[in-house]
Ligand binder design. Structure first.
Ligand SMILES: Cc1cc2nc3c(=O)[nH]c(=O)nc-3n(C[C@H](O)[C@H](O)[C@H](O)COP(=O)(O)OP(=O)(O)OC[C@H]3O[C@@H](n4cnc5c(N)ncnc54)[C@H](O)[C@@H]3O)c2cc1C
Length: 387
C-alpha cells in the first residue's frame, strides 16, 4: 500500500499550488466574491493558458487528459483558494464536457471538443427542477417533444451553475409519456442562445463568484442530432458524469477545511487574551484538532475514491462517503473557525465567513447528505428507504 503521490502527481500539485497562490490570492478572491457573478475573462484565460481545459478532452482533439487522481489534486488546490472558482471552471470541465465527450456524435465532438480545449466553449448541466432535486425522477416536468426534424423543449430548471455564461447547456428532459420514470429521460445539447431560452438570477449566500441560475424553456427548438446518447436512457447515462462529480465535491470540502485550518491556526498563535496567545486554550486546540481529524479523513477517502476510479474498481460507495464527511467536516470547520476568530470570523474583511457560507452549499448540492446516507445503506443491501 502506497499513500504517497507519484512524481507526476507531485509535479501537478506543485504547479497548481504555484498557480493558485499567484492567481487566486485572498484579496482578489474577496474582490470577486463581492463584485462578480462569474469569474472574470482574464482569470478564465489564465486557466486556458495553463492548459486546464485540455485535461478534459481526448488527445485526438488536442487534449492532454489527466487521471481522476490528478484532476482531484488540481481541484483541492483550487478549492483551498476558492470553491466558486472551482465551480466556475468545473461546470464546463466536469459537467458539460463529459456529456459531449462520452455521448455526442462524431460530428458534434469534432466541432465542439477542440473549442473546449481552447477555452472557447463554456457549458453546464441542467438537471434540477423547481419541483425538487433529490426526487428528480418524480419532479421532472421539462419535456422534449419530437417533431419532424427537431425537438421542442418546454419547462424550467433551477440552480444551474454557470448557465448564465454558457454557450451550450446539457439539458436533461423527459421524452417518454408512459415509460417508467427511470426510462423516460433523455439528454440534449442546447445552445444557450436558442430562441425561447431565458435565465433568471437566484441570489444566494454561498459561492458568490459563480452564480447558479434558473432557466426557462419556452418552445425551444433544437436539431434532432442534438439528442446525446440514446432516447430514454438518460438516467443511466448521467451516472457516467455524476459519480466522479461526487469526488470533486468532496474535494471542495477538503479545500475549505484546509483553508480554515491554516487561517485559524495562524490566528490562535497571534491573537492575545488574558496575557498570552489564545492558542494556549484547550478548547480552541480541540476545535483545531477536530478540523484536522476531519480534514485528514476526508482527504484520504476522497483520494481513495479517485484511486479506485482510476483503477477501474467500483468507487460509488467511497465517492458518496467522501462527499458526506467532507461536506459535514467543512461545515464544522467553518463554524468553529469563525468561533476561533471571534467577531472577525464573520467580518467580510476575512475569508473565514466565505468558507462558512460556501460550506453550506455542498451540504445538499449536488446530492444531499441525507440522500447520500440513504444510498449508502442501499448499496449495503438494506431495503431502499425512499420511493
Ligand atoms: C448553489 C447550487 C448549485 C447547484 N448546481 C446545480 C447544477 O449545476 N445543475 C443541476 O442540475 N443542479 C444543481 N443544483 C441543484 C442540487 O443538485 C439540488 O439542490 C439538490 O439535488 C437538492 O435538491 P433540492 O434543493 O430541490 O432539495 P429537495 O430535493 O427538495 O430536498 C429538501 C430536503 O429533503 C431531504 N430529502 C428529500 N428526499 C429525502 C429522502 N428520501 N430521505 C431523506 N431526506 C430526503 C433532502 O435531503 C433535503 O434535506 C445546485 C443547487 C445549488 C443550491
Amino acid at each position: 500500500m502506497d499513500f504517497g503521490l507519484n512524481s507526476a502527481e507531485k509535479m501537478i500539485q506543485n504547479e497548481w499550488r504555484r498557480f493558485c497562490k499567484k492567481e487566486l490570492n485572498k484579496e482578489y478572491v474577496q474582490w470577486m466574491d463581492e463584485n462578480v457573478d462569474f469569474i472574470p475573462e482574464e482569470l478564465w484565460q489564465k486557466f486556458v493558458d495553463i492548459g486546464f481545459f485540455k485535461t478534459v478532452i481526448p488527445e485526438e482533439y488536442g487534449g492532454e487528459p489527466v487521471s481522476t487522481m490528478e484532476a482531484m489534486i488540481m481541484c483541492e488546490e483550487m478549492c483551498k483558494a476558492s470553491v466558486s472558482v472551482s465551480l466556475a471552471v468545473g461546470a464546463t470541465a466536469g459537467l458539460g464536457t463529459p456529456f459531449i465527450r462520452e455521448l455526442a456524435s462524431k460530428e458534434i465532438k469534432d466541432k465542439l471538443l477542440p473549442l473546449v480545449g481552447e477555452g472557447k466553449l463554456r457549458s453546464c448541466m441542467a438537471l434540477t427542477e423547481p419541483g425538487g432535486g433529490t426526487d428528480i425522477l418524480g419532479a421532472m416536468v421539462t419535456f422534449a417533444e419530437e417533431k419532424e426534424d427537431r425537438w421542442v423543449i418546454n419547462g424550467e430548471k433551477i440552480f444551474i451553475t454557470g448557465a448564465h455564461v454558457s454557450d451550450y447547456m446539457i439539458v436533461i428532459c423527459k421524452t417518454e409519456e408512459d415509460a417508467r420514470p427511470s426510462e423516460s429521460l433523455s439528454i440534449f445539447l442546447v445552445p444557450s442562445d436558442s430562441k425561447g431560452v431565458s435565465f433568471s438570477k437566484v441570489p444566494k449566500i454561498s459561492c458568490h463568484h459563480c452564480d447558479s441560475v434558473g432557466i426557462s424553456f419556452n418552445n425551444v427548438e433544437i436539431p434532432k442530432e442534438n439528442l446525446l446518447g440514446t432516447q430514454g436512457r438518460g438516467w443511466y447515462e448521467m451516472l457516467v458524469v455524476l459519480n466522479p462529480e461526487r469526488i470533486a465535491v468532496a474535494m471542495m470540502g477538503v479545500g475549505i477545511m484546509a483553508a480554515v485550518y491554516d487561517e485559524a491556526f495562524a490566528y490562535v498563535k497571534q491573537r492575545q487574551a488574558f496575557g498570552g496567545q489564545i492558542g494556549r486554550f484547550q478548547i480552541l486546540q480541540h476545535h483545531l484538532a477536530d478540523i484536522k481529524l476531519n480534514l485528514e479523513n476526508s482527504r484520504n477517502l476522497a483520494y481513495k475514491a479517485a484511486w479506485l476510479c482510476d483503477n477501474n474498481k467500483p468507487y460509488h460507495m467511497e465517492a458518496i462517503m467522501a462527499k458526506v464527511i467532507a461536506a459535514e467536516g467543512a461545515l464544522h470547520a467553518g463554524t468553529h473557525g469563525a468561533e476561533i476568530m471571534g467577531g472577525y470570523g464573520i467580518c467580510s474583511e476575512f475569508p473565514m465567513q466565505r468558507y462558512l457560507r460556501d460550506a453550506l452549499q455542498i451540504q445538499f448540492s449536488p446530492l444531499s447528505n441525507e440522500m447520500c446516507r440513504n444510498m449508502m445503506m442501499q448499496f449495503e443491501g438494506l431495503p431502499k428507504s425512499w420511493a
